[in-house]
Design a protein around this ligand. Structure first.
Ligand code: KG4
Ligand code: ZN
Length: 348
C-alpha cells in the first residue's frame, strides 16, 4: 500500500510517500525558518501564505522522488490538528482536492499521533505497551500506548510546552530562532550547575508539567544581572552558555524524572521519546541512561524524524488503518472533515 502523507500544521510544508507504513520512499520538508526568524517565532498568517505557495511543488517532489504517480497512490493521509488553524487548512484542503479529483480515500491524522509513529519508521518492533513522551514546540504530553492506536493520556503541560520554553529563553538570551537547537549547542560549552533554576514537580504523584515558572525565573535572573549582558563578547558568551546549560538541565531533569516515574508506575515494556525537543542531546542521553537503569529500552527517532515531517503522518495512518479499517475511496466521506486547532489524541 502506497500512502501519500501531507503535513502543514506549523511552519514546515511537508509531503512523503511511504510504502506499507514503514518504507519511506520520499520525505520532503520545506522549512519556513528564514521567513519567520526575523520575528523570533512563527507568524501564523505568513506561515499559511507560504504553505499555499509550497504545497503543490512539495507534493510533486515527494511523488517524483518516491518514483510514483498520484494515480498509483492508494491512500492520502493529512494532518487535521492540533496546529495553527490556517496552516492546517492549507494541507487539508489540498488533500481533499487531490482525493476528490483522483478518487482516492483520505484520512485525517492527529499530529501528536504522527510524532509517536515517527519512532516506528526506524524501530518497527517497539515493544508494547510503551510510554511516549511527546515534546514539541506546542506540546508536552505523556501517553501510555497499550497497542496500536490505543492511547491513554497520563500527563500534560499546564502552561508552556517544553519547546516553547526553549524558544523563549533563547530569545531572552538573543540567540535566535528556533531556540531549541541553539540552546542545545550553547549548553555544551556551559556549566549546568552554574545557576540553580527551579524545577516544577507539581506534587509527588503528578505527571503534569509546568515550564512557565522556569521561564520567568530565567527572565528575573537576567534582569537582576544586567552587568552580565553588558560584558565583553567572550565573557558574555561564556555566561550565556552557563544560563543555557542551567536552564536545559532544569527542563531535562523534570522531563526525565516524570517519564521514568510514569514508566515504573504503568509497567510498560519500553519508552519512546518523540517530537522536536526529542532532538535534544542531553534529553536523549539522560532518558536512555535512566531507562537502562530500570531495564527499559528507550527509542527516539533520528532528528529529521523528530521534527515535523509527513512520513510520520503516513506511517500513523497506516497503523491506524490496520486497526480500524481503511475508508473507501468513493463516495467521498471526508467532505465534512474539519481542521481542528486543539485536536485531542483519541483515548481508549
Ligand atoms: O515537533 P516540532 O518540529 O514542531 C511542533 O510540533 O511544535 O518541534 C519544534 C520544537 C521547537 O520548539 C524547537 O525549538 C524544538 O522543537 N527543538 C529542540 C531541539 N531541536 C528542536 N529543543 C531542544 N533541543 C533541540 N536540539
Ligand atoms: Zn510537531
Amino acid at each position: 500500500m502506497l500512502i501519500l502523507g501531507i503535513e502543514t500544521s506549523c511552519d514546515e510544508t511537508a509531503a512523503a510517500v511511504v510504502e506499507e507504513g514503514l518504507r519511506v520512499r520520499s520525505n520532503i520538508v520545506s522549512s519556513q525558518l528564514e521567513l519567520h526568524s526575523p520575528y523570533g517565532g512563527v507568524v501564523p498568517e505568513l506561515a499559511c501564505r507560504m504553505h499555499v505557495e509550497n504545497i503543490l511543488p512539495v507534493i510533486s517532489e515527494a511523488l517524483s522522488e518516491g518514483g510514483v504517480s498520484l494515480e498509483e497512490i492508494d491512500l492520502i493521509a493529512v494532518t487535521r490538528g492540533p496546529g495553527l488553524i490556517g496552516a492546517l487548512l492549507v494541507g487539508l484542503s489540498t488533500a481533499k482536492g487531490l482525493a476528490y479529483a483522483q478518487r482516492k480515500p483520505l484520512v485525517g491524522v492527529n499530529h501528536l499521533v504522527g510524532h509517536i509513529y515517527a519512532a516506528f519508521l526506524e524501530q518497527p518492533s517497539v515493544p508494547f505497551p510503551f510510554l511516549a513522551l511527546v515534546v514539541s514546540g506546542g506540546h508536552t504530553e505523556l501517553y501510555r500506548v497499550k497497542e496500536h492506536a490505543r492511547y491513554t493520556l497520563l500527563g500534560s503541560t499546564r502552561d508552556d510546552a517544553a519547546g516553547e520554553a526553549f524558544d523563549k529563553v533563547a530569545k531572552m538570551l538573543d540567540l535566535g530562532y528556533p531556540g531549541g537547537p541553539i540552546i542545545d549547542r550553547s549548553a555544551r560549552q556551559g556549566d549546568p550547575q552554574a545557576i540553580d533554576f527551579p524545577r516544577a514537580y507539581l506534587g509527588k504523584d503528578s505527571l503534569d508539567f509546568s515550564f512557565s515558572g522556569l521561564k520567568t525565573a530565567v527572565q528575573i535572573y537576567l534582569k537582576r544581572h544586567p552587568q552580565l549582558l553588558a560584558q565583553e563578547a567572550e565573557e558574555r558568551s561564556a555566561w550565556v552558555c552557563n544560563v543555557a546549560a542551567s536552564f536545559q538541565q532544569a527542563v531535562v531533569e523534570v522531563l526525565v524524572a516524570k517519564t521514568i516515574q510514569a514508566a515504573q508506575r504503568e509497567k510498560v515494556a519500553s519508552i519512546l521519546l518523540v517530537g522536536g525537543v526529542a532532538c535534544n542531546t542531553l534529553l536523549r542521553r539522560e532518558l536512555r541512561a535512566r531507562g537502562e537503569e530500570i531495564g527499559l529500552p528507550v527509542f527516539y527517532p533520528s532528528p529529521v524524524l523528530c521534527t515535523d515531517n509527513a512520513a510520520m503522518i503516513a506511517c500513523a495512518a497506516y497503523f491506524h488503518g490496520l486497526k480500524e479499517g481503511f475508508p473507501p475511496a468513493w463516495p467521498p466521506h471526508y467532505l465534512e472533515m474539519d481542521a481542528v486547532a486543539a485536536l485531542q489524541v483519541p483515548e481508549g
